[in-house]
Design a binder for this molecule. Structure first.
Ligand SMILES: NC(=O)c1ccc[n+]([C@@H]2O[C@H](COP(=O)([O-])OP(=O)(O)OC[C@H]3O[C@@H](n4cnc5c(N)ncnc54)[C@H](O)[C@@H]3O)[C@@H](O)[C@H]2O)c1
Ligand SMILES: Nc1ncnc2c1ncn2[C@@H]1O[C@H](COP(=O)(O)OP(=O)(O)OP(=O)(O)O)[C@@H](O)[C@H]1O
Length: 532
């Protein structure tokens, strides 16, 4: 019989008993046990089989060996999965800790090294009164939760110093509050936004209308324009004159626009611009209001200039569609008059922050700077003719594998752009969610999703992918994602506040009616069959 055969061939005297006694005393090493069982099976197979009983025995021992191998592989797989999960967790923790630290300091990641603001205040030792004022204001802020604003000294650049010598620029102070429909009294108003030095960060979120009320007059306006447009160029020059002559404001423009203005007249010498990236990083500390002249692309461009907090944007429509540009340029004087006076309704448009994580740099501590998008980040197949193969995780839970042309991770502001063209829903821009929209999925059941604002999404190009994928950010900056690379995306702490013509909802509905002719249909006449 098989058991006696096993006993007689066992190198250990007591068959089963001696086999079990050969295990380590504490019995803790699974792999050693597996090794022994495989070895025993191996030895068994090497014996000269005695027909029939041996046939069963061989079958049995082969099955045993297969099970032992499967167990060993499972143990190895689990260990490597755990190691990978631990690595991702470490990266998320790192990213979160870094963001929290930056939020506490009220800085954008790009400002980490520059630390321009701190230096400016520190260097103003010859202005003791202003320093005290700043300290007083920040004490005030810690008691009532509202922070007042940093005092800025002009003279950062040569052109500025020349234009307004020794002039002190102060960032305009303002307050944001939720407004409930039909609320006449202030009873249900809540201060919702934490703001330090005039920079808005979303401390709480709500779908209610937000109202901006200036607490001190705005002094500095940045005008951003669509390039290569004569009508925009003419309007820009006219607007700069009006803002200077009638509103006595400081004006900033891009270096390209500065060149255009100066080529027109030396009158525009008073206009400010910047020379390098470092100055761009500190723009939000100087600018009270941004005016854009162009289409949605110009609003995207303006938002992309601010890697951290964004001043309120007043977008004038000089494009063909304009989902984010509710103001008519013909009435710019009236519009700017009422915006500068306030209060105004604003839409806080959420942005996504995207990190590209390279497999090749997995052992490096430093990650690439995040890229902030107002519309969407797209991961697609680029010029490759193969299907994309993208593994998607939401807060470390597996979501799905995208096999198709690609995937769009969109904000609700971007829901009327590429995501809509790919079959995603249109979502009110004040709704804080992340749209997960596949592009031409090769599966009929792959419907778009909308995920909550607080999740972190990871899109990974697997090692067995047939081709690399490509990521693009608001339709720009294409980056290749090789096998093993990932894109990690979550809601950014710095929204883009855009001024409303009427309010968020009215402007949104008007944009889909005017821009898309949404659900436009001739009304059916009364004259015809009906239920009685
Ligand atoms: N198939 C598509 O629909 C498709 C393809 C590529 C890019 N895009 C969109 O173009 C955007 C870049 O815009 P651009 O102006 O720099 O490039 P662009 O000049 O190529 O214009 C793209 C068009 O998208 C419109 N658009 C941009 N943002 C929008 C929004 N939030 N809602 C509705 N329409 C919007 C613009 O008004 C413009 O008409 C990308 O973020 C992407 O959403 C769409
Ligand atoms: N200040 C700027 N500097 C550089 N490029 C810009 C600037 N403003 C806009 N752009 C780019 O110019 C392109 C067109 O801009 P925009 O969408 O505003 O105009 P448009 O195409 O005429 O508008 P619409 O799409 O509504 O017809 C976009 O790709 C945008 O990124």
């Amino acid at each position: 019989m098989a058991p006696s055969k096993l006993n007689s061939t066992d190198p250990h005297e007591n068959g089963d008993a001696s086999f079990s006694s050969s295990q380590p005393d504490n019995g803790s090493s699974d792999s050693l046990t597996l090794f022994h069982s495989e070895k025993a099976v191996q030895e068994l197979l090497q014996q000269t089989p005695i027909q029939q009983t041996d046939d069963h025995l061989i079958e049995f021992s082969e099955a045993l060996r297969t099970v032992a191998k499967a167990l060993r592989r499972a143990a190895e797989g689990k260990a490597s999965a755990q190691a990978e999960a631990a690595e991702w967790k470490r990266r998320f923790e790192l990213e979160r800790a870094r963001n929290q630290q930056l939020e506490r300091k009220g800085k954008s990641p790009g400002e980490c090294n520059a630390d321009i603001d701190a230096q400016r205040v520190e260097n103003s030792t010859n202005q003791p009164m202003l320093r005290n004022e700043t300290i007083e204001q920040s004490e005030n802020c810690s008691t009532n939760g509202l922070c007042s604003h940093e005092i800025l000294h002009d003279g950062g650049t040569d052109s500025q110093a020349k234009a307004v010598p020794n002039r002190i620029m102060r960032k305009a102070s303002f307050k944001l509050s939720w407004r409930c429909k039909g609320d006449i009294s202030d009873q249900h108003k809540h201060d919702i936004v934490s703001f330090e030095r005039g920079n808005i960060t979303a401390a709480g979120r709500s779908s209610k209308q937000i109202s901006l009320k200036w607490e001190s007059d705005p002094q500095t306006v940045l005008i951003m324009t669509k390039p290569n447009s004569t009508s925009v160029r003419i309007l820009c020059a006219e607007m700069v004159r009006w803002l200077k002559d009638h509103k006595k404001l400081n004006i900033y423009v891009e270096p390209r626009v500065m060149g255009e203005l100066l080529s027109e007249s030396s009158y525009f010498n008073f206009v400010h611009t910047w020379k390098d990236e470092k100055e761009v990083l500190s723009l939000h500390t100087k600018v009270d209001l941004v005016v854009t002249l162009g289409g949605d692309g110009t609003v995207l461009w303006a938002a992309s200039m601010f890697k951290g907090p964004v001043p309120p944007i007043v977008p004038f429509s000089l494009g063909s569609l304009g989902f984010m540009t509710p103001f008519y340029s013909e009435h710019y004087r009236d519009c700017l008059d009422s915006v500068l006076r306030g209060p105004i309704s604003i839409t806080l448009r959420h942005r996504l922050q995207c990190y590209v994580i390279r497999d090749a740099a997995k052992n490096e501590y430093e990650m690439e700077e995040p890229i902030l998008v107002l519309n969407e980040v797209t991961i697609d197949r680029g010029i490759s003719s193969f299907l994309t193969n993208l593994e998607c995780y939401c807060d470390n839970s597996f979501v799905t594998c995208v096999q198709g042309d690609g995937l769009i991770l969109s904000t609700t502001s971007g829901s009327t752009a590429y995501s809509l063209a790919a079959g995603g829903s249109m979502v009110h821009p004040q709704v804080p969610g992340i749209l997960f929209t596949p592009i031409c999925p090769h599966s009929l059941s792959f419907r778009p999703l909308i995920l909550p604002e607080h999740v972190t999404i990871r899109v990974q190009v697997p090692f067995n992918s047939r081709s690399p994928a490509w990521a693009s950010f608001d339709g720009k900056d294409r980056k290749q994602l090789a096998a093993g690379d990932a894109l990690v995306c979550s809601m950014a702490p710095w929204p883009v506040p855009t001024a409303c013509q009427i309010d968020s909802t009215n402007d949104f509905l008007r944009s889909i009616h005017d821009g898309l002719h949404w659900n436009l249909r001739k009304t059916q006449s009364f004259d015809g069959p009906r239920d009685l």
